[in-house]
Design a protein around this ligand. Sequence first.
Ligand SMILES: NC(=O)c1ccc[n+]([C@@H]2O[C@H](COP(=O)([O-])OP(=O)(O)OC[C@H]3O[C@@H](n4cnc5c(N)ncnc54)[C@H](OP(=O)(O)O)[C@@H]3O)[C@@H](O)[C@H]2O)c1
Length: 210
Amino acid sequence: MSTLVIGALGGTGRLVVDALAATGASVIAGVHHPRQANAPAKRGVERRFLDLTGESAEMEKAFSGVDTVVNTAAARDTSQAARVDRDGAVAAMSIAQRVGVTRWIQISMAGVDRPEVLPGFLLAAAEAKRAADARLADTTMAWTVIRPPWLTDAPAGGRIVINDVGGGSLSRADLADTVVASLGESATINRTFEVASGPLPIRVALARLT
Ligand SMILES: NC(=O)c1ccc[n+]([C@@H]2O[C@H](COP(=O)([O-])OP(=O)(O)OC[C@H]3O[C@@H](n4cnc5c(N)ncnc54)[C@H](OP(=O)(O)O)[C@@H]3O)[C@@H](O)[C@H]2O)c1
């Protein structure tokens, strides 16, 4: 069985693919444009077309033989957040559950439950993420919702803080490592948490989730 990464050519998505592949896991890169899906596989990573706003039958095909999904996708334009981050993600969850996916890690956004702390330009995306997170918790899949703050392209620091509502930032590299570590940590199952750069080694911080 395999792990499929949605949004696999995005900033975080490509790092999740690399980090998973480095563990020896079977990884499938879910890509958003058909021409990207036709590009040759790199380092043995299969590519499959997966557009969250696409046809159900195409999504069903993408999930074939997949047991775990990591959704790192986001609409480029926040005016599309309801269509992609909410409706697209929710449709994909339903299809995934129906075809036998048992584990789903969702990248959400810090502050979606505290919209008063968010700048106005993030509100549509935050509302879309919050609705998708809620739907995920209603599925029968084992789920994890990870809510990072502002993402950077800094190198991995390997240390995080969980559920510290002070804001901050997180590198995409540390977010990718948090995703991979979450897959091996049962304390993350059926949990939602915010994560930022902080003092604790990633695995230690995740193991302390209650
Ligand atoms: N950036 C931040 O500061 C920040 C803060 C908090 C949370 N987040 C969340 O963290 C995650 C990763 O963020 P990021 O900035 O690393 O991502 P990113 O670079 O923006 O990548 C997002 C990926 O999603 C793909 N995508 C867009 N529409 C899609 C669709 N309909 N179907 C499938 N894939 C689609 C994009 O493809 P195209 O490029 O082809 O459109 C892109 O590859 C996202 O969920 C984001 O909302 C980001």
